[in-house]
Design a binder for this molecule. Structure first.
Ligand code: CA
Length: 313
């Protein structure tokens, strides 16, 4: 039989360096009874967004962005190519019924946890509304959990004006009893992006708030170190919820709610690296990337680096 030497019909040509392992080479599709270090699931939901958003497309662009990077850390002189990641795929959402979609996200995250295939998990949003069913699923499996939320916004809006949206996930969790206010830490809350009512709601519920000013004066890495240690005294499971709009618009132009005065990409990455060093940090969601508004996938690429920092502790 005739075989081509260099030609693969119907396949893109991909350069392969024999000494380089790409992050995506260590990600395999989940199959029954498979075991891995980290599970990934896509939560492609953005119809619950207050502002127009195609964040439902982000699981695809973030996965693609992972292919741009290698498994080797020069700073740590270590190749993480032996970390096995299992990809559970994307949740099949309902085209019109948001309550049904929220339930499907909850059930799918719960099912992923119940496979016991992995010890740590990454959820790819989607808008921030997905954090409500996702954190609910972790709470019901693991009991009391702590949450560190990177976000420009409190996300505790009232339900009267719009129901459950990407502006309400933490109100849903606090009011529903799935999360204690004292176990929620908000990082990077920004001026002129919130309302007094929602600041007061957080304070009433015992939520710890760090504004951008606090980060300027205290340093984000020392804040994260202090808060992970404080949470770890109360809970056995810490969940990171990373809204990419915590990052300055210069570094994350693909967020629906962009603005100035946010974190640099280095501040985000160094704070994630610090958080994941604690063994009780076992899950992370990453949300609010709209690839249709992005520039050269800058925001998806930053999200890919956040994920790499989470994977390679
Ligand atoms: Ca948010």
């Amino acid at each position: 039989m005739f075989e081509f030497q260099y030609l693969t019909p119907g396949q893109p040509v991909i350069f392969k360096d024999q000494y380089v392992t790409k992050v995506t080479e260590c990600i395999k599709t989940y199959k029954h009874d498979a075991k891995g270090d980290i599970g990934i699931i896509g939560l492609p939901v953005s119809k619950s967004s207050i502002s127009p958003s195609l964040a439902a497309d982000a699981p695809k662009t973030v996965r693609n962005a992972l292919h741009a990077y290698s498994t080797y850390s020069g700073e740590r002189n270590h190749d993480f190519k032996d970390i096995h990641v299992l990809d559970f795929g994307d949740v099949h959402t309902h085209p019109t019924n948001l309550i049904e979609t929220t339930e499907r996200v909850y059930i799918s995250v719960r099912e992923m946890i119940q496979t016991n295939a992995c010890k740590r998990y990454i959820m790819l949003g989607g808008d921030h509304g997905v954090s409500f069913p996702s954190i609910r699923a972790f709470h019901e499996q693991f009991g009391r959990i702590g949450v560190i939320q990177w976000d420009a916004h409190h996300d505790v809006r009232n339900f009267e004006d719009g129901g459950r949206t990407n502006g309400t996930p933490f109100r849903s969790l606090l009011d529903g009893g799935y999360l204690n206010g004292e176990d929620l830490i908000q990082i990077g809350i920004r001026d002129y992006s919130n309302a007094e009512e929602y600041h007061n709601y957080c304070i009433r519920n015992g939520v710890t708030i760090y504004t951008m000013d606090d980060i300027d004066s205290m340093g984000i890495v020392s804040i994260i170190q202090k808060e992970t240690e404080r949470l770890a005294q109360k809970v056995d499971f810490i969940y990171l919820s990373v809204d990419m709009d915590v990052v300055d618009q210069a570094f994350a132009p693909g967020c629906p709610a962009i603005g100035p005065g946010g974190l640099t990409s280095r501040e985000l990455l160094s704070s994630i690296s610090k958080a994941v060093k604690h063994p009780k940090v076992k899950a992370m969601d990453i949300v609010e990337i709209d690839p249709s508004k992005d520039v050269r996938d800058i925001t998806s690429r930053l999200a890919a680096h956040v994920i790499i920092r989470f994977m390679y502790t």
